[in-house]
Design a protein around this ligand. Structure first.
Ligand code: GLV
Ligand code: MG
Length: 315
């Protein structure tokens, strides 16, 4: 695998609270997405593009990246998966045509580490050919079938280009023969959270490799309460963000994946109090009381996570 002239994984933590799906075949949506408040956009050449328009969509995506105003957003393109004949040309057309205006390639239906390795090698050749900084294009890997989940640890370690693992619930539900037709919702008849294991599995593999973890879509786009509930579950576990399929989901998503003001304030308080109590002037104590609660080094680490997210969200 290539070595990269970039900071190690874990330092490439881009904003990804809300990741907006934009069909690459639609000039109207490619235009509209630029003015929306999503942290991250992915221009989709995969399932949001019907087969007859996939090839022309590549050129629309290149033009939108080069000519659009995507300021402040993480810019990604989802290519087709390696089981199709489209993948290599998706990557070549998009990265040769707009590599300087692109942050990441989203690789769907990743089944093993070799699929990430293949994309890494292709990106390396294109970067060299067109004179892009080596390693500038990152990879987001979608885990969306049983094989992908079984190999998730190897996938998460497969390339220094990896920035995030993304759960794909729709394909995943199909891959398991899950008895549900409503993506993002709990399957009827199961009395607990049917996604707990898979979300936790992805999250742990991501964190063990310094990657972000992103939850997939919720397809009932007008049911905001259901969206909030699904997003809230992923956020509570520690996920960094979630896909949004409709502008109406963006504000809720940004809110759910930002700490509440009260939690952010408490986190800053813990950091200040801990810094004071561990200093010589404060008594150089390893643990101290803050209100009703004891705080120590582990509390500081937990507070750092919340504080960092709150600062990023501008709280
Ligand atoms: C997304 O790609 C999904 O399959 O849910
Ligand atoms: Mg999918």
């Amino acid at each position: 695998m290539v070595s990269r002239n970039i900071p190690p994984t874990g330092d490439r933590q881009r904003p990804r609270r809300s990741c907006l799906a934009v069909p690459g075949s639609s000039p109207r949506f490619l235009e509209k997405a630029q003015g929306l408040d999503a942290d991250h956009v992915f221009l989709d050449l995969e399932d949001a593009c019907a087969p007859p328009v996939k090839e022309e969509a590549r050129h629309l995506v290149v033009a939108a990246l080069n000519e659009g105003d995507w300021r402040g957003k993480t810019r990604a393109v989802r290519v087709n998966d390696w089981s199709t004949h489209w993948t290599y040309r998706d990557v070549i057309t998009v990265v040769e045509g707009a590599g300087a205006a692109l942050d990441c390639v989203v690789l769907p239906k990743v089944r093993d580490a070799a699929q990430v390795g293949a994309l890494d090698l292709l990106l390396t050749q294109i970067e060299r050919t067109v004179g892009l900084e080596p390693g500038r294009i990152g990879i987001e890997a979608q885990i969306e079938d049983a094989a992908g989940l079984v190999h998730v640890d190897e996938i998460a370690a497969a390339s220094p280009r990896l920035e995030a693992l993304v759960f794909g619930p729709a394909d995943f539900m199909a891959s398991l023969n899950m008895k549900s037709l409503s993506v993002g919702e709990q399957p009827p008849g199961y009395p607990a959270d049917a996604y707990h294991y898979v979300l936790m599995r992805i999250l742990v593999a991501a964190r063990a490799n310094g990657l972000q973890a992103i939850d997939g879509p919720y397809l009932k786009i007008h049911e905001l309460d259901g969206f909030r509930e699904a997003a809230g579950r992923a956020a509570a576990l520690g996920f960094d963000g979630k896909w949004v399929l409709h502008p109406g989901q963006i504000a809720a998503c940004n809110e759910v994946f930002s700490p509440a003001q009260e939690d952010y304030d408490r986190a800053e308080l813990i950091l200040d109090a801990y810094a004071f109590h561990t200093s010589r002037e404060g008594g150089a104590r390893g643990a101290a009381m803050l209100g009703e609660e004891m705080i120590d080094e582990a509390s500081r680490k937990m507070a750092l996570v919340v504080a960092a997210r709150g600062r990023a969200a501008g709280l």
